[in-house]
Design a protein around this ligand. Structure first.
Ligand SMILES: C[S@@+](CC[C@H](N)C(=O)[O-])C[C@H]1O[C@@H](n2cnc3c(N)ncnc32)[C@H](O)[C@@H]1O
Length: 312
């Protein structure tokens, strides 16, 4: 038990170092990784909507060089609250990933609909093959009964998640395991509460069009039905986060000023950037470490994110 806690603290440190200008992301990714700590990844394996591969690299034990900085490759200058863009959807040809420790294993396939994300993921060497695919387009470009293990923390970004889950069933081998992190409407309760006090404009700054863009939110009972109708057996389901405090921190966090923090960091020379980052990460590590031990108050019915372990 104690050993697991130490591992979790070390994960928190590494995720905080990676996402240093968005410390709330460092906190939530630690819980994401914890939710799937017992996941067995057997070959052939797939990470559907793998993004830039950074989350999975640390999940699989990688440690990045402290000098490696995720925020050096963004379009932060082009962002404003009236002109919403994905500032991470960019690949700079000088982008290199420096590891102190490589991930403990490789996943056979990573897939995503953003080429820039796949280009970054390629640098992590977490995936043997990378596939450019929009999950709204079905069937997925994989054979029936193929994968022994599938992970996805992004199924809910599509318009019809029920159809996607049925197709994930099709590509899973009999007896294969599937790990899905799914979203419920409880994710935005912080914003609903703040709506009573803040102006529409202030809520828009905090929301950043997330609610309008997340079409695949479902309650637990609806996910259960979708999953069972697809044919899967539910082996386990847990709340990814223990308590609403974590969601409150994440729904506010440094998101509103992230594009400015990134530009400020860009103006620093290498030495200052590393010195400030070190102290910064230490402060957030002290602030967030106690959350790793708090009791779970969310239930399956009011959890904002659910970690499902399924079997075909
Ligand atoms: C929250 S990120 C998670 C990325 C990665 N799994 C991680 O944990 O860092 C969501 C990912 O889903 C991808 N995505 C969103 N909609 C998609 C779609 N329709 N088809 C494929 N990928 C999609 C995005 O490009 C992004 O990489």
């Amino acid at each position: 038990m104690e050993e697991n806690y130490e591992l979790l603290e070390s994960k928190l440190k590494h995720y905080l170092s990676l996402y240093w200008l968005r410390p709330e992301n460092g906190l939530i990714t630690t819980f994401k990784s914890k939710a799937f700590e017992n996941l067995k990844i057997e070959s052939p394996s797939l990470d559907l909507s793998c993004g830039d591969g950074m989350y999975m690299a640390i999940h699989l034990g990688a440690e990045f060089d402290f000098d490696f900085d995720f925020f050096k490759s963004t379009k932060a200058k082009e962002f404003s609250h009236s002109k919403f863009i994905d500032i991470y959807d960019v690949f700079d040809k000088n982008y290199e990933v420096d590891f102190v420790k490589k991930p403990s294993m490789q996943i056979d396939y990573g897939a995503d609909w953003k080429q820039a994300m796949l280009d970054k993921a390629e640098k992590t060497k977490v995936y043997k093959n990378l596939v450019h695919h929009d999950n709204n387009k079905l069937p997925l470009p994989f054979a029936d009964n193929y994968f022994k293990s599938i992970h996805s923390n992004s199924v809910y970004w599509v318009n019809e998640p029920d159809k996607l889950i049925s197709d994930i069933y099709r590509i899973t081998a009999p007896g294969g395991n599937v790990a899905l992190e799914l979203l419920t409407p409880h994710r935005y309760e912080t914003l609903v509460q703040l709506e009573k006090f803040l102006s529409h404009e202030a809520i828009e700054i905090l929301d950043r069009k997330r609610r309008a863009n997340t079409t695949g939110m479902r309650e637990y009972s609806e996910w259960k039905e979708i999953i069972e109708n697809a044919g899967f057996k539910i082996k386990q389901v847990n709340s990814v986060y223990p308590d609403k405090l974590i969601m409150d921190i994440w729904n506010i966090g440094l998101r509103p000023i992230a594009h400015l923090l990134i530009q400020m960091a860009e103006a620093l020379d290498k030495e200052d950037r590393i010195r400030i980052k070190e102290e910064w990460v230490e402060i957030f590590f002290k602030l967030f470490k106690p959350f790793l031990k708090i009791n779970t108050s969310y239930t399956i019915d009011n959890a904002p994110y659910l970690a499902f372990l399924l079997e075909k």
